[in-house]
Design a protein around this ligand. Structure first.
Ligand code: NDP
Length: 324
C-alpha cells in the first residue's frame, strides 16, 4: 500500500526532511502494521537527522508512535487487528502514516490514555523511569540536579522524582520554563546561564547533590561533576549541546570518588518482559496521578522540519507530537 512519510537522502539541517509517498509492505512473520494516529517528537530525532547518530541512507526518522493495528503477519499472538498500541524502537521510521514493526515490541495502550498521550509519553517516560529507578535510584530526601527540566523527559522526570521523595533542582534557560519546571515538581531552579556548580553548592549548603541527570552533554559535563557530593553519580544521558569530550578518570578521583554512567534506554527494556514491566510502572504512575502529560506542541506530520527547528531552538516545552 502507499502512504505518506518523511524521508531523508542526506544528513543535515531540518531542510533534508522530505514529505513523500512511500510503499508500505504487508507485515511479515512476527510483524504488525500500525496506522499511526500520533507520533512522538524527541530531540534524539535531530541526532538521527544530523548524522550524529548515523544509520543508512535514504532513511526515515522517528523513534515512537501510537496507533491502531490494521494488519498482522503470520505467527503473531501478542496483538491483533484493531488493538491500540504504542511503541518505541529502531530503526527510526515512525514519521509516517503507516509502519510495519515487530509485534513483540508493541505495547497495548491502557484504557484511559489517549493515543496522543501515549505517543507523547512512552520514550520520554521510560527514560525518566530508568534514570530515577536504575541509573541512580533516588532515595527520599536526596538532592538531585535535572537539566532541561521543562522539556519532554525533564517534565516527567521532575514530577516522578518529586513523588519518589527527592528534592529536584531543575536547570532551565528562561523564566517561563522556570515557572513550568516549578509547577512540575522542581523544588528549586538554577538558570542555565548561571554558574551552575556555584548555585548548586549554595542550594545544598555546600554538600552537593547525590546525582546529576545531564542531557546537555558537551557544555555542562565538567560543571555537573562539580555539583556532586562525594561518591555522587553523574548520569550523562544526552547531547543537546553536542557529545561530551573525552575526560581523565582522575577528574572523578579529584572530586571524591564519583561515578559516571552513560545510559541508553533500549538497554533497560531489551526483552518483552522488561519492556512490559517498565511500561506497567510508567502507566501505573500516570494513572495514579504521579505525572501529568503535557502535550504543549502539535504539528502536522508534513511540518516535521518546523518541529525540528523549534526543538533545536529550545522553543518547545513538555512533549511534542506530529499528527499524520
Ligand atoms: P527536550 O524537550 O528536553 O528538549 C531539549 C532541551 O534541552 C531544550 O528545551 C533545552 O532546555 C535543553 N538544551 C540545553 N542546551 C541546549 C542546546 N544547546 N540546544 C538545544 N537544547 C538545549 O528534549 P527531549 O525530552 O526529547 O530529550 C531530552 C534529552 O534527553 C535529550 O538530550 C535527549 O538526547 C536525551 N534522551 C536520552 C535518552 C537515553 O536513553 N540516553 C532517551 C531519551 C532522551 P533549556 O532551554 O531549558 O535549557
Amino acid at each position: 500500500m502507499k502512504a505518506n512519510a518523511i524521508r531523508m537522502h542526506e544528513y543535515g539541517g531540518p531542510e533534508v526532511l522530505q514529505f513523500v509517498e512511500v510503499e508500505v509492505p504487508d507485515p511479515g512473520p512476527g510483524e504488525a502494521r500500525i496506522r499511526h494516529s500520533a507520533i512522538g517528537l524527541n530531540l534524539i530525532d535531530t541526532y538521527h537527522r544530523s548524522g550524529l547518530y548515523p544509520g543508512t541512507l535514504p532513511a526515515g526518522l522517528g523513534s515512537e508512535a501510537a496507533g491502531v493495528i490494521d494488519a498482522v503477519g503470520p505467527g503473531v499472538s501478542a496483538v491483533k487487528v484493531g488493538d491500540r498500541v504504542v511503541y518505541t524502537g529502531r530503526p527510526p521510521d515512525s514519521y509516517s502514516e503507516y509502519r510495519v514493526f515487530p509485534a513483540e515490541r508493541l505495547v497495548p495502550i491502557p484504557d484511559g490514555l489517549e493515543d496522543e498521550q501515549a505517543a507523547a509519553v512512552l520514550l520520554k517516560g521510560l527514560t525518566a523511569w530508568y534514570l530515577l529507578h536504575r541509573s541512580y535510584p533516588v532515595n527520599p530526601g536526596d538532592d538531585v540536579l535535572l537539566y532541561a527540566a521543562a522539556g519532554g523527559v525533564g517534565t516527567l522526570a521532575a514530577q516522578w522524582g518529586r513523588h519518589l521523595g527527592a528534592r529536584v533542582i531543575g536547570v532551565v534557560s528562561t523564566e517561563e520554563k522556570a515557572l513550568l519546571a516549578r509547577q512540575n515538581g522542581c523544588a528549586d531552579i538554577v538558570m542555565a546561564h548561571d554558574d551552575i556548580a556555584a548555585r548548586v553548592r549554595e542550594l545544598t549548603n555546600e554538600k552537593g547533590v547525590a546525582a546529576v541527570y545531564d542531557s546537555v552533554g558537551k557544555d555542562t559535563f565538567m560543571a555537573s561533576l562539580d555539583c556532586l557530593r562525594p561518591h555522587g553519580v553523574m548520569v550523562s544521558f544526552g547531547n543537546a549541546s553536542g557529545p561530551v569530550a573525552p575526560f581523565a578518570p582522575a577528574e572523578l578521583a579529584k572530586r571524591h570518588s564519583l561515578y559516571v554512567t552513560r545510559p541508553v534506554l533500549f538497554d533497560f527494556v531489551e526483552s518483552r518482559d522488561e519492556l512490559l514491566a517498565a511500561c506497567e510502572a510508567l502507566f501505573g504512575a500516570i494513572s495514579a496521578g504521579v505525572m501529568a502529560i503535557h502535550v504543549n506542541q502539535r504539528y502536522a506530520l508534513k511540518d516535521a522540519a518546523q518541529a525540528h527547528r523549534d526543538i533545536e531552538a529550545r522553543k518547545t516545552t513538555g512533549s511534542t507530537v506530529l499528527l499524520p
